[in-house]
Design a binder for this molecule. Structure first.
Ligand SMILES: C[S@@+](CC[C@H](N)C(=O)[O-])C[C@H]1O[C@@H](n2cnc3c(N)ncnc32)[C@H](O)[C@@H]1O
Length: 273
């Protein structure tokens, strides 16, 4: 592979695709690199998890193309998204592919740049703050802590499409935090499975809805009580589940007041592109 396929030098003649992680919602969590690229883009293809506040930072001149990807409502097939990226780059555009969180964490980022690499289109990857990191911070739940957890596991609870079985043994190890992406529908199955595989039913667990945003809601409980508490609270995606003793720390470390969150006004073009 040529070096410019892994670290793109912007080339107006052939165009470049920038696969950009936009974080979990709060625009303040964007990287400087992401922000700068947004100011000089021609076109932006974005998912439903890229927040309105992040999209508002794109200059009006940037063409926006919504490519969706909500559970069971895939607005555009993956192949069509890949084709669009290639086509716009070949038209000589600076193309942003904006994704929620980090593109390489449950984001199909690898699949998209695989197509670009195969087609000889220059690309660059900009990491973002993945939901687990942003959401845990704003919920006051450290994912590791010397007294409670020495490791942390990120897993997906969305099994229908992939059809794989959970590695229950790995999930139920002691002194570990488990973060479940896309796990709202499968929440009762997850809790029951962990209990059945030896985890205490009293293990603390939390579900965070729309973490890092003004709409953030956090429901805490135990593996035994959480499914009912979440059903009662009528949470809706996106949600993230955090399982492990670290959840107890929220009682002391909860700091984020969603209703009072004052987002700093950032004007497009306020920083050099
Ligand atoms: C397809 S995955 C994409 C993950 C993304 N690439 C990342 O690194 O965060 C989507 C899932 O991420 C989680 N998620 C993303 N943003 C979230 C947020 N603000 N609050 C809670 N969960 C979130 C949810 O579990 C959601 O179903």
């Amino acid at each position: 592979m040529e070096p410019n396929q892994t670290h793109a030098t912007p080339d107006r003649a052939t165009g470049t695709v920038y696969l950009v992680g936009c974080g979990p919602g709060d625009p303040e969590l964007l990287t400087l690199r992401a922000y700068r690229l947004m100011q000089s883009a021609d076109v932006a293809l974005y998912d439903h998890l890229v927040s309105d506040e992040v999209m508002a930072l794109l200059p009006a001149s940037v063409r926006r193309i919504y490519v969706g990807k909500e559970r069971d409502r895939h607005t555009m097939p993956q192949e069509a998204i890949n084709d669009l990226l290639v086509r716009h780059a070949r038209d000589g555009h600076r193309v942003l592919r904006l994704k929620g969180g980090d593109p390489f964490i449950f984001g199909r980022g690898g699949e998209e740049i695989d197509t670009l690499a195969a087609q000889g289109v220059a690309f660059e990857v900009v990491p973002g703050i993945t939901a687990a990191l942003g959401v845990a911070s704003y919920a006051g739940i450290p994912l590791t802590h010397r007294d409670y957890a020495q490791s942390c596991l990120f897993v997906t609870g969305h099994r229908k499409e992939d059809g794989f079985e959970m590695d229950w043994q790995a999930l139920s190890r002691p002194r570990q935090t488990v973060v479940v992406y896309m796990g709202l529908l499968g929440l009762p199955t997850m809790c029951d499975g962990l209990i059945a595989h030896g985890m205490s039913a009293d293990t603390p667990a939390a579900v965070v809805q729309q973490g890092t945003t003004r709409e953030q809601r956090v429901i805490t409980g135990t593996l035994r009580t959480l499914p009912q508490a979440v059903a009662d609270a009528m949470l809706t995606p996106p949600t993230l589940m955090i399982i492990g003793d670290v959840v107890r720390l929220r009682e002391r470390l909860d700091w984020f007041r969603p209703g009072e969150a004052a987002l700093l006004p950032v004007k497009p073009g306020a920083m050099p592109a």
